[in-house]
Write a protein that binds this ligand. Sequence first.
Ligand code: SF4
Length: 481
Amino acid sequence: MIQSSNIQLPTEHPWGDCEVPISSEYGRIKRLLDLYRMDEDFREAFHRTPRLVVESLGLPIAAEDLHKAVHPHYVALSQGRTGPLPEDTPPGLAAYLALRDRQQAERIRRRDDIGPSHARLAAWRRRQIARCRLQLPSEFYETIMHGPFAIELSSGCSAGCWFCAVSAQEFKGHFPHRSQEATLFRGILEALHELQGTEFAREGVLYWATDPLDNPEYEHFLDDFVREFGRAPTTTTSLAAVDIERTRRLLERISSHPCWFQRFSIVKKRDLRSIMDAFTPEETANVEFLPAFSKLQPLTRSGRALEVAVRQDARGKEAPEQLLEQESTCACVTGFLVNMVERTVSLISPHPATPEAPHGYLEFGRGSFTDVGEFEQVVNGLADAVGDPSLDPDDVVGLPHGVRVSFEAPHVLVAHGQSCTLRLQHPAMNESLVRSLARPTTCLEFASGAHDTLGIAAVFDLLNQLHGHGVISRTTKDARP
Ligand code: SF4
């Protein structure tokens, strides 16, 4: 059993120049925009008496500039979208929004520039990112980090949200932090660290279809994570208002280490008021609020949310349009999903909801373990099983769900995706081959079929390029795009 990792940990702050400043100005501007976005009563009070709002929040914005602060342009920008700022933007607000822009740019940089140190796993992850770019609308594609792992510390989730996109089961119990279990947990962190490398593995999280605060010993697991990776994980919880003092201590604990932002999902409107009353703007400067009670929060079209919408639609009731129409996912891991209670591990990647991926992610393999040695065997086996980056003659390939291709001009294929259109030029591309892609076929059949004008090697090169760009995926012969 591995007891301690030999890997040197960098200790610098992960955000670099994106670090949230510990200035009260930042926290107060964020509080204004958060309240204005999520709380109707606040919005009304603001428009009635903006001066009172300036005083109550101690805002460093001149009263005559306040109306600019809540301009829809800024409220939208505060959600992390990038865009140019008008020249007359008040300076404190401009600094706040510029930081949000830098954070979003950093998120994309990390998604694209880092990855597992295991070569096959890294190539597989790059292909999944390319596939998601074609399958998902840009607002979903751009926010998915394709993180290394998610570890569930409970079985099920006590929140029972109707909109749960991963269909979390009823809460059945948590994984304790007793000596034997803690040793297993630490060994699993070390195994993931060894397989995925420091830079990527430290992006892992300790929740999935679970709420971290359902585990009364979550804080001890978080300490283990910090010991392994030198950084606190992002904590996403919908239970922040259940025990305010526990949440306060957790935020203090997290902020004493390098960390990313934290996330509070606000399931009930009254929780919003409890949280805003209990925490100062400075205490929540690094907390992203997700108002799940409000129509502002985009719902994800998968799992329980999709089942509810489909039932409503069948009964002639008005179901949220975005649930019926727009492809989406809240899955953010292209790596390992581990459940410590059930002792299972699977390899997953985001995908729009389909019968094969009902919870918004595809599973590429699964195993179970009883100790660290077995866990290492299973994850190494899953990493090797994603296959060589180059296709084999026997590999069956087909178009991913929702991706269309057309033949545009001699040697040019166009892949039509949700976030982008790709134009790929290759000497072996011809109309017949583009048409054939609609049906899963072995690479050998492609190469030796009617499409072969330049020889088998050229067709294989073309298929490998399409595979690398996420335009085709390894599949089974029975799959129908
Ligand atoms: S949405 Fe999150 S908090 Fe709600 S049931 Fe699902 S996992 Fe639990």
